[in-house]
Design a protein around this ligand. Structure first.
Ligand code: PGA
Ligand code: ZN
Length: 424
């Protein structure tokens, strides 16, 4: 039985240039694993607590030296000596050490960095790739090249990730599930470059936002959707056949005094007026998914939109559900949505993340494994998504290192699985 020999956390930078934590673990059989933790900009009210130093003299208060110290001075004492293959025991020890509802004592960033690094070390000690280890450990189906998660590409960034007038946070292109992962990635890359050309022609600036999608200077959200339609129409691909559209409204960010203010319409909209606006958009564009259409606490609006559109498209809970078992239970009870965005750092351990995925699947929710807007070159999520049989992955645009690290890992996994199943 291998044993964890050392655990060490350090401060590195994420893709936004902000500090984040990276933890390295070693086992006594000479194996090692590293995990770095991403960070969000549009953060749900009930997400697990991300511990930052708050020292104005370092990184404007965003340093994570306290989180690193919690790993190096406290957590390591309890984790050294454990078997890296016993993930649930490791995570339980982390939960006991913290002892709070939202991991506010040690920080979910500190805790997840250890949980994830130990999980990767377990895979290494088991001498199998992390995606296979995930599937075996938690009883998911053996991964097959035909059932890789479908990618959701974020080609236009607005809201807290962009610049200018776009209030909606993400404008997605979603290749048809009939395409292989590599075909989907090729299509997304071609559309990404065509979109840039279209933006330059229209003299809408083409800088990129936090997730690598363009952050153009447009008048309204509908203009951004139209631009995607135009781009697809100028490509060899067919809208709503080869590729579909989706949105992450991140509506909590545009909710003020019980109303939604968007650049498309002069006056702020009530929840039901905003629902009508979204229903109209769907009538026009046949969307495949709408994420966070309403504020994170506007349960009734979620329920009525899901009752109206839930059979046609995915209504995705991100800030609503925050990868949290009790929020998901509430959403199931209320039929408030039919898909869940899964971000391990919203909850803080691998085991809890898997429990949420299992409950979601048992209730026929679609599962979308997602990065964060501030991310690192970590590719763990690609393996994790394949291992848990996620329906979709959302890793941003097909550009920028921290985004393509994950897409490129999926390419590798596809090729690896095809070599094992040459006839599929
Ligand atoms: P975040 O955004 O990482 O800034 O929270 C991602 C999302 O809302 O899906
Ligand atoms: Zn979101």
């Amino acid at each position: 039985m291998p044993k964890i020999k050392s655990v060490y956390a350090r401060e590195i930078l994420d893709s936004r240039g902000n500090p984040t934590i990276e933890t390295t673990v070693w086992s006594d059989n000479g194996r090692g694993a590293v995990a770095s933790i991403p960070s969000g900009a549009s953060i749900g009210r009930l997400e697990a607590f991300e511990l930052r130093d708050g020292d104005p003299h370092r990184f404007d208060g965003l340093g994570v030296l306290k989180a690193c110290a919690n790993v190096n001075q406290l957590i390591s004492k309890y984790v050294v000596g454990l078997d890296p293959l016993r993930q649930n025991d490791i995570d339980q020890i982390l939960l006991n050490l913290d002892g709070t509802e939202n991991k506010s004592k040690l920080g979910a960033n500190a805790i997840l960095s250890v949980s994830q690094a130990c999980f990767e070390l377990g895979a290494s000690c088991a001498e199998i790739p992390t995606f296979e280890y995930t599937a075996q450990k938690y009883g998911f189906a053996t991964p097959s090249p035909l059932h890789l998660p479908n990618p959701i590409f974020n080609l236009i960034n607005g809201g807290k990730h962009g610049a200018g007038n776009l209030d909606f946070q993400e404008f997605h292109c979603i290749p048809s599930s009939r395409k292989s992962f590599s075909q989907s990635l090729e299509m997304a890359s071609e559309l990404y470059h065509l979109l840039k050309k279209t933006l330059i022609e229209k003299k809408a600036t083409s800088s990129v936002g936090d997730e690598g999608g363009y952050a153009p200077n447009l008048v309204s959200n509908t203009d951004a959707i139209e631009l995607l339609v135009e781009t697809i129409e100028s490509s060899p691909y067919k809208l709503n056949e080869d590729v579909y559209l989706g949105l992450d409204i991140a509506a909590t960010s545009l909710y003020r005094s019980n109303k939604y203010k968007i650049s498309d319409i002069k006056d702020p909209l009530t929840g039901s007026q905003f629902a009508d606006f979204l229903i109209d958009l769907n009538r026009k564009y046949s969307l495949l998914s709408i994420e966070d259409p309403f504020d994170q606490d506007a349960w009734e609006d979620w329920e009525s939109l899901t009752a109206g559109l839930g059979k046609q498209l995915m209504i995705v809970g991100d800030d609503l559900l925050v990868t949290n078992l009790s929020r998901l239970q509430e959403a199931i009870k209320r039929s408030a949505c039919n898909a869940i965005l899964v971000k391990p750092n919203q909850i803080g351990t691998i085991s809890e993340t898997v429990s949420v995925i299992k409950l979601a699947k048992a209730n026929n929710f679609s599962v979308i494994v997602s990065h964060r807007s501030g991310d690192t070159d970590e590719d763990f999520l690609a393996d994790f998504a394949v291992g848990v049989e996620a329906d979709f992955v959302k890793f941003g645009a097909p550009g920028r290192g921290e985004r393509v690290a994950k897409y490129n890992r999926l390419l590798f996994i596809q090729e690896y699985l095809e070599s094992l199943h040459p006839t599929q």
